[in-house]
Write a protein that binds this ligand. Sequence first.
Ligand code: EPU
Length: 431
Amino acid sequence: MKKYIVKGGKPLQGEVPISGAKNAAVAILPAALLVNGTCRIENIPQISDVSLIFDILADLGAEVRTINPHAVEINCEHIRSTRTPYELARKIRASYYMIGALLSRFGRAEVPMPGGCNFGVRPIDQHIKGFTAMGAEVTIESGFIHARAEGGHLHGAQVYLDVVSVGATMNVMLAAVLADGNTVIENAAKEPHIVDLANFLNSMGADIRGAGTDVIKVRGVPQLRGGSYSIIPDQIEAGTYMAAVAATGGEILIRNIIPKHLDCISAKLLEMGVEIDEQDDNLLVRRTGALRSTNVKTQPYPGFPTDMQSQIVAALCLAEGTSVVTESVWGNRYRYVDELKRLGANIQVDGKVAVVEGIDHFDGAPIQACDLRAGAAMVIAALAAHGTTEISCVHYIERGYEDIVGKLRGLGADIVAVETPDDTDAAVKVG
Ligand code: EPU
């Protein structure tokens, strides 16, 4: 079992490079299944969710050649199966992208019901609605989603999404790429990773217009060819380091980002008294004075991202006054609040709303990461806390943050990862 031990109270100082976007990578890598040729993909984050996708692709028969720790060449000309392995695919939410990609290229797919972080009901009815409109028959049997295109090939269709869904938008886009005719996705999500997936597919020969708006038009093409593509920087990883410096104080340069993607996060941090200077593809983030409270409501892009909700709550705990946070994307994304309370947080949750009363400081204690972003919030709180905090279940954090321990140590934080055979015998491993 791996834990992080954090001695808090040190302001962050220095530079941190941002890795490729997790939620773009986990869609772009399955999209390689659509390509008839070799695609080179760069700026891939080294995180466990991405490793799982590589394992699934290899199991299906893809040839994956590592060029360097952040770049691969993938060739999917000799795919031998359209059934993804249960034990691998059920662990990760993004395995559902295999359905759109396999269905579009081979006319069939069998993929386990997706896993991922547990924050309430996570239906995929809108994905299925899209596939069905395009001529697929979709059934769920023994934990697997079975999808078959009528006549072996999907056709274009008009798909109106009843909820703004990142996953459904990308999955229908994947399915439409090689379908016969035109597909129109209405009420589409607009996140930067949706634009990134469309750019990747277009660079391989797809015909997708409108990504980044709420109407996406896909003209089906007979096949995609190989090419080369670099994944965008991770908006949420960057936002997490911004929230961290808000909580600890100090000054950090966040490198290799697209500042525009961070506007929704910067706006809230500015209201909280954090100073932010944009410098080309870097942001200088500084907090010297007291933090101020503010209200936050999560929304689809360009609103404040739900994937930053727990991290900003960790910082708001240390702000002067009362903040009201409304989670409007997921039904149950406050499970981490009880862990923050162990450090002294004063938060009342009622349904979708959390009322955060500012406290003077956190006091270190043993706490647990209960999902990926909640885990990041635990790290932020621990960095700001007086004394030592021990964070367990950090495998959740490593699903989505590349080398978080090394990056924070580079910012002067006192954090180490330790391997513990059991709870009592901690053998220190340099983080
Ligand atoms: N929804 C439906 N039906 C569907 C699909 C979604 O009702 O068929 C609802 C969901 O229940 C939710 C809302 O629509 O209330 C939005 O869900 P969405 O489909 O956008 O989420 P997702 O695609 O499953 C991705 C990210 C999440 C992120 C959300 C929202 C990936 C692999 N996951 O999930 O990221 O929270 O979009 O931005 O891209 C994370 O990175 O920590 C994470 C959880």
